[in-house]
Design a protein around this ligand. Structure first.
Ligand code: UGA
Length: 433
């Protein structure tokens, strides 16, 4: 089976490398020639554990993977074409911007030469896959192609494992022929008995948004309970544990923190709300999830400023800049948002992150980057742990504590034991503890 993947962003590149690992001849296409040149040297444009090894293996050893900037050439012999281009939020409106999807659909329709399956893997609002079909019908007879919706559920930082061992594969098809072909593609996953949810195209598109939105809801919910716990002297970690043991609730995504970030949840929640609005459906639950998450960073920053009495000219430290550990992605990162607010108040920011510093600095020149956590904490009035990288869990805190003044530490991800830090002499503030 020949596969063509259009768009070498996160989903496209991980899927391409993993399909090659399944044994399929796979070509990944991108119009950005620089990116293609780098990929041809097995250099990945983002940090993701394990990806460069896979690229290297299938580019140079098995030769199952290749990269091209020619969409026309790459779709000619394809049996399955995946659309994995970006669907960013439109400025102000919150709707997904689908212009890249439409453009790719038009180009596919002008260049395919034989029957193929055209699969939307990007996160796209309900109705998009059928609109892709309409665009392709302008040039290709309906017998010569089918469209399928096949959303992806990869998490940054553990994307390869998520692809190889997914909880489920969701496919939305219109007929038996396309369903059989896409099921055949995922046959390697039969070994781990991965459930395949085979449904209509619209249902499949909704499953993706509903899944991300539900997880975001869990996070906003636990964050609100954390705020209450803080006020009444309860401990949010024990609350989450006590709730999560109930199998109907589940323990995952109940970690309180500074709010959800990244390239998916904030954008997808807003787009899902907009879809509901267009259809006059009451999505008040998700509206609350979204607006609470938007407010959370400024509320947390105000707390940091007042508890540590930060004033203009003072220095604060941020440990962790990526939106979560094991990635260099700083899109919608809560750490960066906190840094920006502090910066507008004239507070100097020293920071350290194992992977995300170059990306963070690109758009935030005011950040002072340090070689390690200890250098970042030197002469600081407040330490903010923004991302729960493993290396922040075992810092030698005696090296950091400044005995003259009680140093404030804001453990936004609850990675330390409050008592131990208080005994060391820190003024400790967790989230919901
Ligand atoms: C998310 C989904 O988890 C994936 O299933 C989905 O495929 C992906 O979006 C996507 O649509 O492409 P990702 O954005 O990589 O994956 O990261 P998550 O691990 O879901 O974390 C998202 C945000 O929620 C992060 O800011 C994280 O810190 C926060 N979070 C997560 C919490 O604050 N508490 C939790 O308990 C879990």
């Amino acid at each position: 089976m020949n596969l063509t993947i259009i768009g070498t962003g996160y989903v496209g590149l991980i899927s391409g490398a993993c399909f090659a690992e399944f044994g399929y001849q796979t070509v990944c296409v991108d119009k950005d020639q620089n990116r293609i040149d780098e990929l041809n040297q097995s250099k990945c444009p983002f940090y993701e554990p394990g990806i460069e090894d896979l690229l290297n293996k299938h580019l140079n050893k098995t030769k199952l993977l290749s990269f091209s900037n020619s969409l026309a050439e790459s779709v000619k012999d394809a049996d399955i074409i995946f659309i994995t281009v970006g669907t960013p939020s439109k400025r102000l409106e919150g709707d997904a911007d689908l212009s890249f999807v439409w453009d790719v659909a038009r180009q596919i329709s002008q260049n395919i030469k034989k029957y193929c399956l055209i699969v939307t893997k990007s996160t796209v609002p309900v109705g998009t896959t059928k609109q892709v079909k309409q665009i392709i019908l302008e040039n290709i007879h309906e017998e010569n192609f089918d469209v399928v919706s096949n959303p992806e559920f990869l998490r940054e930082g553990s994307a390869i494992d998520d692809f190889m061992r997914p909880d489920r594969v969701v496919i939305g098809c219109e007929n038996q022929k396309s369903e059989s072909l896409i099921k055949e593609l995922y046959r390697p996953l039969n070994l781990n008995e991965t459930p395949i949810v085979s449904t209509s195209i619209e249902t499949s598109e909704i499953i993706k948004y509903a899944s991300n939105s539900f997880l975001a809801t869990k996070i906003s919910f636990i964050n609100q309970v954390a705020d209450l716990s803080e006020k009444v002297g309860a401990n949010i970690q024990d609350v989450a544990k006590g709730m999560g043991i109930d199998k109907r609730i589940g323990s995952k995504f109940l970690h309180a923190g500074p709010g959800y970030g990244g390239s998916c949840f904030p954008k997808d929640v807003k787009a899902f709300i907009n879809t509901a609005k267009k259809h006059n459906v009451d999505f008040s639950i998700l509206n609350a999830v979204d607006s609470f998450n938007d407010r959370r960073v400024s509320e947390i920053t105000n707390k940091i400023i007042s508890k540590s009495n930060l004033n203009k000219g003072d220095t604060a430290t941020i440990l962790g800049l990526s939106f979560k550990p094991n990635t260099d992605d700083v899109r919608d990162s809560t750490s960066i948002k906190i840094a920006k607010i502090l910066n507008t108040k004239g507070i100097n920011i020293k920071c350290y992150d194992p992977e995300a510093m170059p990306n963070a600095k690109k758009e935030n020149a005011f950040l002072t980057l340090c070689d390690d956590s200890y250098a970042a904490c030197n002469n600081s009035k407040a330490i903010i742990i923004g991302t729960e990288w493993n290396e922040f869990r075992a810092l030698d805190l005696k090296k950091i504590i400044n005995n003259k003044n009680k140093l404030c530490i804001f453990d936004l991800r609850n990675i330390y034991n409050p008592k131990e830090l208080q005994e060391l002499g820190f003024n400790y503030f967790g989230t919901g503890t």
